[in-house]
Design a protein around this ligand. Sequence first.
Ligand code: HDE
Length: 695
Amino acid sequence: MNNNIDHTDPAKDMNSERGNGGETHQRAGDDTKVLTTQQGVPISDNQNSLKAGSRGPTLLEDFVLREKINHFDHERIPERIVHARGSAAHGYFELTESLEEYTTAKILTETGKQTPLFTRFSTVAGNKGSKDTPRDVRGFSVKVYTEEGNWDIVGNNMPIFFIQDAIKFPDLIHAVKPEPDRGFPQAASAHDTFWDFVSLSPETMHNLIWLMSDRGLPRSLRMMEGFGIHSYRLIDKDGRSTFVRFHWKPVLGVQSTTWDEAVKISGADPDYHRRDLFESIDNEMYPEWEFGVQLFTEEEADNFPFDHLDATKLIPEELVPVKIIGKMVLNRNVDNFFAETEQVAFCPSHVVPGIDYSNDPLLQGRLFSYLDTQLSRLGSPNFAQIPINAPKCPFANNQQDGHMQMQVPKTRVMYEPQSLDPTRPRESVKRGFASFQERLDDGVKGRIRAESFADHYSQPRMFYRSQTATGQAHIASAYAFELGKVDTAHVRTRTLSHLRHIDEDLANRVATALGMELPEPADAAAPVQDLETSKAVQTIGITPKSLEGRLVGILVAEGSSHSEVEKFEKAARAAGANVKIVAPNKEVTLDNGTRIQTDERLAGAPSVIFDAIVSIIMHPPAKKLAKDSAALDWFNDAYAHCKAIAYCPATEEHILSKLPIEKDAFVTPLDDVDGFIENAKTRLWEREPKVRDLA
Ligand code: HDE
């Protein structure tokens, strides 16, 4: 426990003065950094505007007031049309194994060097101020400031996307965003327009089932996989190409919350993921990912039972293993949210020599979209000069002028070729980016969808059949929940007609939960295949048994045992967890007389924000808490979310005995610290059917 209280008031040491209105504020002395206008003019009074007389009108002359209000009025920029809600951090990339055989890109061939990067995670559908824990895909964007220019891997936490062709993107997003007439629901796919669109676009079925799975509810941004999704190309020194898909694998493993938990977290802490990322970096528990590649040739791709240019298809790791060749560590929080997290501009078109694109029609459309949207969002083609976007290697070209130009080129020559200024930049065949010389045989021009893109159900089937029983129940329940919010009957029916192709059991469970009849299966454009299942696409099945990077909540109250608290805190920290002390009040005195400041008040820290809970309270407070719904929910929810609970005698007598909590293997008395720590590393999923009616 490091929560001993220091009541020193920092303000009392400062040079306080009473202003005219009677408020207390500090005035800078001559030796302090002085507040100025944007023109550098020192400001003497930042509390009162210039008036004619003490009670008279404010004067237009007041340039200090006008400049301040004017700047304030223009503080907002348009938020991202998608991925508006995001959290980011600085870190580095380090290559551990060279891909020299496949590419000339220095970032993928020079091992052992730390290259700075900036990573932003996001939800897709919600506005900038929306909650962190909706059921949604998460963005996973990495900007690596390589010495050959910036390389952005703009990916998601799922290995596939909803649509196959960029032309459908505005429709997909309009369908999922709040409905335009009513302006709701915010950050939610559970509404008619989304399911109307997806049920009419069977290509969405694969990403949909990932979204309905636990992958749509990450426990932490630190516990998500990242995927570049599309096939890219690596180009070697002889101009030969190998296809590649990029992967980020979290060292803490993949972990998710349950739906009920995610819903409650969004009320308890809408910034749950942002806070978690910030606090773990602040506590020097630096999130880390392994960087991996799936490499394959054109000939190998021709034998896949799907088309790798189709972004709705993943390449099973069992078919092409992910080769781990590097790592990413996030070790520095942003200094300023707006300057960095908001203004960062990721573009799939930012690649470096040795990395190139495939013909994936979704990727091709993205190559246009990002620069275009950033022009309107950041307001000028000079956004690349903003520090977070600027390369950290030398850069020079003949682009000039425009809004907010920060550079002052000292030359007559802003064109090329030229013969007047030898200091000006020139193209370099040797070092410059060169596109892969692809032979194109297909001479037909048209709005064509390749026949090899027609199979929309085989991989969703593979995904469903790969899950654990709990994972499958969560998926069926998620469909039932979402379709339960859809009022248009034919949209629900049409969705069920697709589910029949994915898996009859899934279709039946969802139909039963909705109280609906199963319709005929939808028309399938291609025969559905029974592919090999893949463990790599599970969530619960691959969540590591570990407390590393997780959070334990310890409930205390007046008179709680100092030594018990210390014992549990020590054990949890030794297992790699962080610990928060919770109490009915902000300050409490423990049995040894130490007065501590708690991390959270019980009313503001429901158990959903913890991975496991401990209760160490004496009889009088326990008796009182037995009448407090926040306290009862604390235990009930931890139990309902299959978490480990360690309880003291007073908790057992006054609280647990009144709740529908069975003393199963994960509900243990205080004397079994080791048992609690072991349980806290995982969840007791077998408990779930007792507490929830899953589909
Ligand atoms: Fe994006 N996407 N996207 N997207 N996307 C944007 O660019 C777009 C797609 C992704 O943290 C926008 O700067 C189109 C796939 C992430 O700042 C916009 C299509 C994947 C982020 C845009 C896609 C992504 C974006 C909005 C279909 C995973 C957040 C703001 C062709 C591989 C980046 C912006 C950040 C952001 C367009 C599909 C990931 C409008 C047209 C597939 C992580 O340009």
